[in-house]
Design a protein around this ligand. Structure first.
Ligand SMILES: Cc1ncc(C[n+]2csc(CCOP(=O)(O)OP(=O)(O)O)c2C)c(N)n1
Ligand code: SF4
Length: 299
């Protein structure tokens, strides 16, 4: 590894020896490059950093970063990452994955992670499809009900050739409703802005979600980079992310997607801090010994 001018590691120093095997044009390349930059901006020590994922194209990401990594079970990135952080609060823990992994099979973990508020960053590469399993619709797909539209190739949506009748979920609105303590949205075609968002999420104390539009050109012919370029806009400088009602209203905007830090609740106690307090408190009072003594018995 080489040191940058500031003495910190440069983005390229966080690259592993593995070259990404994503399709040409996959949005996940932009997310990976933004993550390298954010790790460098935050000056994270690779030996003190763990990246945890589930299963999916996006969940391959830990292999491409020269930190510790854990490629786990589909949908279980958050419980695994929480376990790592609670066992080793000194480490920086980043969970990554897709919208199927995070909002469908693993969706039940999100509200509880929000309640616990562990000090971890969660990066969701939202391509609105199941890329690795060849393009089924996902919980964030907005494929129209009837796919007569020539822009949508039915061969690419083999499991839903006539479109889809279900309403998509909105991960940003859900996260705000659950009081996730840092909620941001990025776009993989704006890697510099995304790097700033990821760096802010890493520096946030508590659970931070960065949902990123990360198009899948191979299987999602509907939510393409052009689709998001037309519909996204940057939040103005005077936007106040601590106003929860305003953030929720913003998340509910139809066909218009704000990019930036949409909501933050900085003074929400983090599970990491609570755990430290409990450990110190119990140890100080000798409660552990008293607890163990209750199990002693005379033969
Ligand atoms: C328990 C379990 N169920 C289903 C699968 C099959 N499977 C693997 S990846 C995946 C979906 C991946 O989609 P997403 O999380 O959106 O990630 P992407 O590939 O689009 O990045 C599924 C259903 C699995 N590996 N394990
Ligand atoms: S299938 Fe889609 S998500 Fe998977 S690597 Fe290819 S472009 Fe990326």
């Amino acid at each position: 590894m080489t040191a940058s001018r500031t003495g910190a590691l440069a983005p390229k120093d966080y690259k592993s020896d593995l070259h990404p095997i994503w399709c040409p044009g996959c949005g996940d390349f932009g997310v990976l490059s933004a993550l390298y930059k954010a790790l460098s901006m935050c000056g994270l020590d690779p030996e003190q950093t763990v990246i945890v994922s589930g299963i999916g194209c996006s969940s391959r990401l830990p292999g491409f970063v020269a930190t510790y990594g854990f490629h786990g079970v589909h949908g279980r990135a958050l419980p695994t990452a929480t376990g790592v952080k609670m066992a080793r609060p000194d480490l920086h823990v980043i969970a990554v994955g897709g919208d199927g992994d995070g909002y469908s099979i693993g969706g039940g973990h999100l509200p509880h992670c929000a309640r616990r508020n562990p000090d971890i960053t969660y990066l969701v590469m939202n391509n609105s499809t199941y890329g690795l399993t060849k393009g089924q619709v996902s919980p964030t797909s907005t494929l129209p009900l009837v796919s007569a539209n020539a822009e949508i190739d039915p061969k690419r949506w083999r499991t839903t050739p006539y479109g889809m009748a279900e309403e998509p979920i909105d991960p940003i609105a859900q996260a705000i409703a659950w009081d996730v303590s840092f909620v941001a949205r990025g776009f993989s075609y704006q890697p510099n802005q995304l790097a700033n968002l990821i760096a802010a999420a890493i520096e946030h104390r508590g659970f931070a979600l960065v949902d990123t539009f990360s198009p899948c050109p191979t299987f999602n012919q509907h939510q393409t980079d052009g689709f998001y370029k037309e519909r996204t806009y940057a939040l103005p400088d005077d936007y106040d992310p601590t106003d929860r009602a305003r953030a929720f209203a913003l998340a509910c905007e139809a066909d218009r997607f704000a990019l930036g830090v949409i909501y933050r609740h900085d003074d929400k106690p983090s599970a990491t801090d609570e755990q430290r307090w409990l450990r110190e408190h119990l140890t100080g009072r000798g409660s552990l010994e008293r607890l163990l003594a209750r199990f002693a018995y005379d033969r």
